[in-house]
Design a protein around this ligand. Structure first.
Ligand code: AMP
Length: 210
């Protein structure tokens, strides 16, 4: 299964991506996590991405596209992949389409997690992230997944959230129509229990892959 997960910040893409990737036995490729891992390791890519990330702006397409193209050459995507956080604008969506067309491995579906703005802000300001594995959590001091320390991402602070939502509306939301026109879009509500959202997503995805 070759999947893209799209939705506003705070819709739970990272959480759903983990469950869906496990369900379909495909790697979860999060561009945000790759940037954060590079930042933690102090690589030139991480250093370049940091100022954009801290301000809630998109990292340049040239940098992001190359990073994703490289990731899509790894052997572990033989069964498919789940892209989380990429594409983030129509230009990236076009690059992805071209890269996959060249490999003759087009996307099977694009899953949109939809959520109202008020709910997004409430979720993001409460969110903490693990310093080691980047797992998001709420109301805990230690990561429920690996026991690492948690912190509030610079871009989960109220001022930056407003900008991230603007960036989402202006730059990312247009990919929803792009994928609807391609006949690939599936929309699932991001409200409710995590397990219910995963179950809804899987039954909708199974319908398209039948
Ligand atoms: P995320 O963890 O998906 O919320 O991403 C965190 C930040 O990483 C974003 O606010 C951007 O600064 C950067 N980023 C992640 N994915 C992309 C992308 N596809 N294009 C540009 N910047 C990205």
């Amino acid at each position: 299964m070759r999947l893209v997960l799209v939705g506003p910040p705070g819709a739970g893409k990272g959480t759903q991506a983990q469950f869906l990737a496990a369900h379909y036995s495909i790697p979860h490729i999060s561009t945000g996590d790759i940037f954060r891992a590079n930042l933690k390791a102090g690589t030139p890519l991480g250093i370049e991405a940091q100022s954009f990330m801290d301000r809630g702006e998109l990292v340049a397409d040239s940098v992001t596209n190359e990073m994703v193209k490289d990731r899509l050459t790894h052997d572990d995507i033989a069964n498919g992949f789940l892209l989380d956080g990429f594409p983030r604008n129509v230009a990236q969506a076009e690059v992805l389409r071209a890269v996959l067309a060249e490999k003759q491995t087009p996307l099977h579906a694009v899953l949109e997690l939809s959520l109202a703005n008020e709910e997004i802000v409430a979720r993001l300001t409460a969110r903490r992230t693990c310093k080691d594995c980047f797992q998001p959590s709420v109301g805990v001091d230690k990561c429920p997944q690996c026991g690492g320390d948690v912190y509030q991402r610079e871009d989960d602070k109220a001022e930056v959230i407003t900008r991230r939502l603007e960036v989402y509306q202006e730059q990312t939301a247009p990919i929803i129509s792009f994928y609807r026109n391609e006949g690939l879009l599936i929309t699932v509500s991001a409200l409710g229990e995590v397990e219910d959202i995963t179950a809804n997503a899987i039954s909708a995805l199974n319908r398209v892959s039948e």
